[in-house]
Design a protein around this ligand. Structure first.
Ligand code: SAM
Ligand code: DTB
Ligand code: SF4
Length: 330
């Protein structure tokens, strides 16, 4: 019997899905989505950069790497009350998940981390799903975040293992996998995906999906970002991501990981509503809302509300997945 939720996919199997005729691929992904999820529902997450710029890593896409000369304003770690007021605004605008990002290579056991733990606790008390993306973590740090009420940790693979060293030289793919393991061990849900438009091949994308789907548990959420090409970074002149590539990537992720939240992440300002609708059709069921991602623009809450009502979509309630079993074999 062919099972839908699997952890033993071969590269060839994924290749044949990814390269199938586009409309067939979208139909199959939409069918899988309908089988496992409420297709009218889209999770609305809000991002906040709690510490901006000055990062010691050399991620070639990132405006926050200290070594590139970009237009961002460097900002030390925010105060808890300021973060709380952003979270409250996001909640009032209909967001159920709040993700705090810091331009750190890794978390260190110091006063700043203590402050982040306080932020996690406070936002959790608002009744929102709290997510953080703070760089590398030890198991002990992941446990402290879990104890503070962290729901999810975002740590992207970004691309394939083979392409990784073309994009980042200051850490390895295995470093990424170790942190993801630490997050799992602490009982925090995993948010892990990648970026398309980094100059990778179709095989690199397929290999990244192969790594994600064959993890012992599928990540609960998989963000698919289109590169936002930033002046001053090595990838500033990369060509705009083709919408059909975005659709192919989302549809393949949906077929491979039927119950995962597949997030249509960076790059929406460059997409029409019709193009975003295709992504939702192909199985995307989560977005970042609010007029800023971490440092770059994003559609406003008003624009997204208008899109939701046009497409008949509704925001997903918080903590719904706690009542579902994401990796149960079906
Ligand atoms: N420093 C932490 C880390 O690297 O994990 C957390 C913040 S980092 C900015 C979070 C993610 O944002 C990256 O892993 C990358 O996938 C995404 N990202 C950063 N810059 C981007 C860009 N220009 N376009 C698309 N995605 C981007
Ligand atoms: C993810 O995969 N995408 C978000 C979130 N996780 C942290 C970040 C996108 C950042 C885009 C560039 C910027 O705004 O700085
Ligand atoms: Fe940017 Fe994160 Fe890389 Fe730092 S580690 S340069 S913040 S993506």
């Amino acid at each position: 019997m062919q099972l839908d939720i699997r952890h033993n996919w071969t590269t060839e199997e994924i290749e044949s899905i990814y390269h199938s005729p586009l409309l067939e691929l979208v139909f199959n992904a939409a069918s899988m989505h309908r089988k496992y999820n409420d297709t009218a529902e889209v999770q609305v997450c809000t991002l906040l950069s709690i510490k901006t710029g000055g990062c010691s890593e050399d991620c070639a896409y990132c405006p926050q790497a200290a070594r590139y000369s970009t237009d961002i304003t460097v900002q030390a770690l925010m105060q808890k009350d300021e973060v709380l007021s952003y979270a409250q605004k996001a909640k009032d605008a209909g967001s159920t998940r709040f993700c705090m990002g810091a331009a750190w290579r890794e978390v260190r056991d110091n006063k700043d981390f203590d402050r982040v733990l306080e932020m996690v606790k406070t936002v959790n008390e608002l009744g929102m799903e709290v997510c953080c993306t703070l760089g590398m973590l030890t198991e002990d740090q992941a446990t402290r975040l879990a104890d503070a009420g962290l729901h999810a940790y975002n740590h992207n693979l970004d691309t394939s293992k083979e392409h990784y060293s073309e994009i980042i030289s200051t850490r390895t793919y295995d470093d990424r996998l170790t942190t993801l393991d630490n997050v799992r061990k602490a009982g925090v849900t995993v948010c892990c995906g990648g970026i398309i438009g980094l100059g990778e091949t179709h095989s690199d994308r397929i290999n990244m999906l192969h790594t994600l789907v064959n993890m012992p548990e599928h990540p609960e959420s998989v963000p698919i970002n289109a590169l936002v090409a930033i002046k001053g970074t090595p990838l500033a002149n990369n060509p705009k991501v083709d919408i059909w590539d975005m659709v192919r990537m989302i549809a393949t992720a949906r077929i491979l990981m039927p119950k995962t939240m597949v997030r249509l992440s960076a790059g929406r300002t460059e997409m029409s509503i019709a193009e975003q609708a295709l992504c939702f059709m192909a199985g995307a069921n989560s977005i970042f809302a609010g007029d800023k991602l971490l440092t770059t623009p994003n559609p406003s809450f008003d624009e997204d509300n208008a899109m939701f009502s046009m497409l008949g979509l509704k925001p997903r309630v918080a903590f719904k997945e706690d009542h579902q079993q994401i990796n149960a074999v079906v």
